[in-house]
Each structure stands twice: as structure tokens, then as C-alpha cells.
Design a protein around this ligand. Structure first.
Ligand SMILES: Cc1cc2nc3c(=O)[nH]c(=O)nc-3n(C[C@H](O)[C@H](O)[C@H](O)COP(=O)(O)O)c2cc1C
Length: 344
């Protein structure tokens, strides 16, 4: 990736749901045009999906911040357009030291000590139009949010499409990891024999039986939220429930994440609540889950102090890491993601 313009390297390091990298960059002399790259196999989110717009917001932040233009207003194209985002291109010398390249996901346990209030203030000082950060420290509201998350996780682990997507994303062997996308199993915090268990439940028929016989979705949901329950800080990106709102939420998430990592704080996104909410809104939840998910997320407006027409876009678990250097996710080779003029 060394020969690539800095902005392009920054864009390619963007976080995406399950490291799916649903973007394609076309370089022209003055612009970087960003289009959606459909996911091979199950294409969970699509070009207009909420998670896609969040990731595009994060990508925009990365590409703009290296040219000192992170506050620039940008509009995403209307639904159906091929190029979703057009970024200004400026060729700059390589700066591998930029903090955005140190940003990463840390799914391991964090220390229990509180995040100092001055650091919380540093995080809160990040702002974007249409969206804002709501910080929860341990207490009643955090406990209720974790309960909402547990309920959404139960729905998630009972969902065939989400199960098959996750299983298709997991990378177990060095050869699979070398492909450069998906989730290297070593980036996950799994109990002993966790990787073997994940392989065992890979076929939906197995998971479906375990759910029916042993309600394993409940155990998996409890495991998934266990670390959230111990989090010294949960940062929630909330704001306008619209395409622009999701895009701005991605920009805010990324800015917050880079700043947190730069301050020595670890970050672990939890997207499950926002995803279940989107699925409910779009009528894409299995009927038996509409009521439990609907009831759970009814709590959010009061818990997170939504204004009219607002929603939750993303949750981040934040704290001091125990494991300061978790295995980092790779990226696909640039040849799969970049076309057009390579250098200015
Ligand atoms: C929209 C979105 C949703 C995500 N949801 C989750 C999540 O629910 N759980 C999780 O552990 N990581 C989640 N992630 C983190 C990605 O899996 C991670 O960014 C990706 O694997 C690349 O790794 P990196 O952040 O270390 O570069 C999410 C990221 C994005 C952008």
C-alpha cells in the first residue's frame, strides 16, 4: 500500500461491519469517487444500508482528515446513484504516523477504573452536525442499555441471515486470514475452545437445533454483553434518523474512535442495537422477534435523550485496555478496491 496516495491509504484503513470493506474507490485527477462494493455471497447491507452509510462516513473522515479538511461539508448522492460520495483529492507525502492509522478494534477486556472526566470531556468535544455523542458511565442508564443490548443480541443469534453472514466473515486459518477481509478469529475474545465452538455452529441447521433444544442464543447473548456490562464508559452516537444522519454518525464515530485510541483508550463497537432497530423499521425482522425487539428499543428515546426524529446509530465500549496490542484486522489488496489514476 506504500505507493498509494496517503488519502487512499487512509480511506482503505476505514472500519467496516465485520471488515466487509463494502467500498470501491475510483481516482480521478481531482477527486476520489467512492462507490458501493457488493459483498460476495450474502450482501447484508446494500448500497443504502445504515451500516454502509456509517462506514462511508468513517471513510470520508479518514480521507479528509489527512488533508486537514475534516470539517468540510459533504453531501452523499441520492439513493440509486453509483458514486455515493465524491471526495476532494490532494496528493500528499506519506505520513504513516497519522493517528488514524493506529485506530483499531479491541474486543478484549478493559480495566475497570473510570475514564477520567477530562478524557470524557476530550471525547465529548468532538462534534458534527445532525448527530452527537452521549456518554454513559456505570449506573442505572448503562444497566438498562445493556439489557436492551442483550435482548437485541438474542434476536441476532436467532436470525439465520445474520448467522450466515457472521459465519461467512470468520477467518480461521492463516490462508483465510491472508485474504485480507472478514474477522480473523484471533481478533475476537473467545472462551477456551471458542474457535472450535464457532466452527461447530457454522451450519445454520446446527445453530437452529441448539437454539431450539438449549436456547443457546440466550447464552451467546449473555456472553456478548458480558464485557459491555463491565465497561467504564459507553459512548453512544445518536442523532437524526436519515441517510445524512447515518453518514454524519460515521464521521463522528471515526473522529471519536481515533481520538480515544490516541489517548490510550480502547474502543469496541457494538452495532447490534442499531442494526435490530433498522431491521424492525424496515420490516425485516422475523415476526416472532418484532415484539421483543420493539419493546426493548422503546426504552432508547428516554435512556439516550433523543430529540424528535432521532435514533441510536452506534455504541462504543470504551476503557483502558488490558491487552494493548490486540491482533489487527487486515485489508483487501488495493487491486480489489482501487481503480483510476494511482498518483498525482
Ligand atoms: C458499521 C460498523 C459496525 C460494526 N459493528 C461491530 C460489532 O457489532 N461488533 C464488533 O466487535 N465490531 C464491530 N465493528 C468493528 C469492525 O468489525 C472492525 O472495524 C473491522 O473488523 C476492522 O477492524 P479494525 O477496526 O481493527 O480496523 C463495526 C464497524 C462498523 C463500521
Amino acid at each position: 500500500m506504500n505507493a498509494l496516495p496517503l488519502q487512499v491509504r487512509a480511506a482503505l484503513s476505514t472500519p467496516t461491519a465485520d471488515n466487509s470493506q463494502g467500498h470501491r474507490l475510483n481516482l480521478t485527477r481531482d477527486t476520489i469517487q467512492v462507490a458501493y462494493r457488493p459483498h460476495p455471497g450474502i450482501d447484508l447491507f446494500g448500497p443504502d444500508g445504515h451500516a454502509t452509510l456509517i462506514a462511508f462516513g468513517a471513510l470520508a473522515h479518514n480521507a479528509l482528515t489527512v488533508i486537514g479538511a475534516d470539517q468540510e461539508q459533504l453531501a452523499i448522492a441520492p439513493r440509486g446513484a453509483d458514486t455515493i460520495l465524491t471526495l476532494p483529492r490532494r496528493d500528499l507525502p506519506s505520513d504513516r504516523g497519522h493517528p488514524l492509522f493506529a485506530r483499531h478494534t479491541n474486543r478484549f477486556p478493559y480495566r475497570h477504573d473510570a475514564v477520567p472526566t477530562d478524557l470524557q470531556a476530550t471525547l465529548s468535544s468532538v462534534t458534527r452536525p445532525r448527530v452527537r455523542l452521549r456518554l454513559l458511565t456505570p449506573g442505572k442508564s448503562a444497566t438498562r442499555l445493556i439489557e436492551v443490548t442483550r435482548q437485541c443480541c438474542q434476536a441476532r443469534f436467532s436470525n439465520r441471515e445474520l448467522h450466515e453472514w457472521l459465519m461467512g466473515s470468520l477467518r480461521f486459518t492463516p490462508e483465510e486470514v491472508a485474504r485480507g477481509d472478514g474477522l480473523d478469529i484471533r481478533t475476537l475474545h473467545l472462551p477456551p475452545f471458542g474457535a472450535a465452538f464457532m466452527r461447530f455452529i457454522r451450519p445454520w441447521s446446527t445453530m437452529e437445533r441448539l437454539n431450539r433444544w438449549f436456547r443457546i442464543y440466550k447464552t451467546m447473548a449473555a456472553t456478548e454483553v458480558a464485557l459491555l456490562g463491565k465497561a467504564p464508559l459507553i459512548a453512544c452516537v445518536v442523532g437524526e434518523d436519515s441517510r445524512d444522519g447515518a453518514f454524519e454518525a460515521g464521521r463522528l464515530m471515526q473522529q471519536t474512535w481515533i481520538r480515544a485510541n490516541n489517548e490510550g483508550l480502547a474502543v469496541h463497537p457494538y452495532y447490534v442495537v442499531a442494526d435490530q432497530q433498522t431491521r424492525l423499521n424496515e420490516g425485516r425482522l422475523p415476526p416472532e422477534w418484532e415484539e421483543p425487539v420493539g419493546t426493548a428499543i422503546e426504552e432508547l428515546p428516554q435512556l439516550l435523550e433523543f430529540g424528535k426524529g432521532e435514533r441510536l446509530h452506534m455504541m462504543l465500549r470504551v476503557g483502558r485496555p488490558v491487552n494493548k496490542a490486540p491482533v489487527r484486522s487486515r485489508r483487501l489488496p488495493e487491486s480489489k478496491l482501487v481503480s483510476g489514476l494511482p498518483a498525482g
